[in-house]
Design a protein around this ligand. Sequence first.
Ligand code: RAM
Length: 526
Amino acid sequence: MAFTFQINNQVKFNHDQSLLNKAAALTPKLKSTVVKPVAIVEPVKDSSKLNETGMKKTDDITNLDKHQLKRDDRVILDFGNHYVGHFKINIRHIGSPQDAPLALKIKFAETPAEFAFNSADYDGWLSKSWIQEETIHIDQLPVELNLPRRYAFRYVELKVIDTSPKWSAIFSDPELTALSSADWNNYQPVKLSDHELQSIYDVSVKTLYDCMQEVFEDGPKRDRRLWLGDLHLQALANYATFQNNDLVKRCLYLFGGMSAKDGRIAANVFTNGDPQPDDTFLLDYGLFFISTLDDYVTASNDLATLRDLYPIAKKQVEVALNYVHDGIYEPDDDYPVFVDWSNEFDKTTAGQAIIIYALKQFIHLAQQLNHDDDINNVQPILDEMVDHSINDLYDIKHHLFVSGSNHEFNVASQVWMILAGVVSDENAKQVMSSMKKELFPITGIATPYMYHHVAAAFFKAGLKDDGIKLLKDYWGKMIKLGADTYWEAFEPENPNYSPYGSPIVSSYCHAWGCTPAFLIKKYLLN
Ligand code: RAM
């Protein structure tokens, strides 16, 4: 299981200032909410929770200023739910005059699981700098300590490294200013008779809310940036909930304004300060620019934006079709297809299906602008790709699509062929049923991203009960393990799995987990 860094720092990018100005003009004003902690807590061993760690209340929050803390003492504040924002607290001292600085370590955690690990032991491949911990020295108390950085957290540990033998530190008035560009006033709660589905729905909305900042971030703890694959799903969940269509539009302009000189769109962009594209390229993420634009135009009817961004969408088709010959997608490491973090399965057929999926949406866009030439160019290639998929990749005996030279059966191929609408509705049911029979339970897949596509394919194929079961077995299981928001990685057969070897750099509020609201609304409430 791995996602490998790409280093392509020789790639040159376009900066289309008129598109980037439109993105800038759409920068949302973040809404802030003041939140106070609800309890003082301590981690406890709890085998029913993630990493066998739960939390138990040890004191009322109103007693916080009765705690006199000295060397190695700590308190952990519980804010009652996951939030994204800024933290402040008052600190004074009691006893003799302050004859030494207060040295304090502050740790922000999204889950209790993060307390089971010591940051000093982390040696994973992802930067340690993501660890949400600060060590600070305060020479003069009292102080109102306002930390400048934004954190994603539910728990805050205040650990006194040292005071002096002559005095203790006292903490009071902790407060968090939570931020989001989503607006609860635009949100219509849904009532579901199934309580489990209700929580699955609500947690997905909270996940989306916390990821909606100045862009749709992938994870407000980490990586705090805009990824196209994540945006594609967040935008769908947004139409079903907060309907902040301008935020989707802003993100589309950001990607559109910074394509590479060869036309490819970066898989993600950084938006702290002047926007900058990352030098990472994924063929499917590039194509999801088309998908996200098509979904956006369907939701908003905004043809002016379509006109602005159509050339960029068209370019993604041209670039992707460099890897298609005679209707056959030929994978190339120069422009890899992501599909999922796992590299344990062959991605050729899934890649073929994703191209088909995106070409159909491109044609839909072209129709709206009457670009008949483009339709006439693309349609025959699309037909060829569909023919190849049905004639050469579909195994009639097993009712499954094969992938790669070993004719491997894997989940991603079936799911994407169904989502791409390559087979009839009746056949889709057959494929998904065979997939369930032959390839379930899923193993080795750790992303809600891939699980989303599996659930979506069940629903699309009309296998509603299987879709619901997957929602409960996957997202429901995260809730049982203690999730307030959905995680970046979760492997049900190995619940404590972390792609980085330690939960302290994992993101526990991650965009691509936010889709149950979309799936439930689209397939169960309409
Ligand atoms: C990780 C992030 C992100 C995802 C990429 C491919 O870095 O989790 O959300 O889109 O992988």
